[in-house]
Design a protein around this ligand. Structure first.
Ligand SMILES: [Zn+2]
Length: 117
């Protein structure tokens, strides 16, 4: 099974906030890829306010979310090296964690298709 994580980072031009949009599969293994990105945001931003938005992800493992929380990068946090860089990093999680599209046996059972003539 191949899970692919894709990340888009949006930066405020005045370096006040960053938004990390996550697409693809957030798994226990792939979530660690977010750590160096949050780290870079904390280095760049004047007063770090980072949001990790999982609402666009196609697949979210509960273990991935728990691991992300356990890594210590979510919540009011300070940079591990740059101690003066204290900021917040919040997580936007959809109510229902989506299953991996590659696990679906019948993809047509999910949603309807609209044909335009
Ligand atoms: Zn997946």
């Amino acid at each position: 099974m191949r899970h692919t994580l894709s990340i888009t980072v949006k930066l405020d031009l005045d370096f006040r906030w960053a938004r990390i949009d996550v697409h693809g599969c957030l798994t226990q293994g792939s979530c660690r890829a977010l750590v160096p990105i949050v780290d870079r945001c904390f280095r760049i931003l004047q007063k770090p306010d980072v949001v990790i938005d999982l609402s666009g992800a196609q697949h979210i493992e509960n273990e991935g979310v728990n691991t992300l929380r356990g890594l210590g990068i979510v919540g009011p946090t300070s940079h591990p090296v740059l101690r003066e860089r204290t900021g917040t990093c919040s997580l936007v999680i959809p109510d229902d964690l989506p299953e991996c599209p590659s696990l679906r046996t019948n993809p047509r059972a999910h949603g309807s298709h609209r044909f335009v003539a």
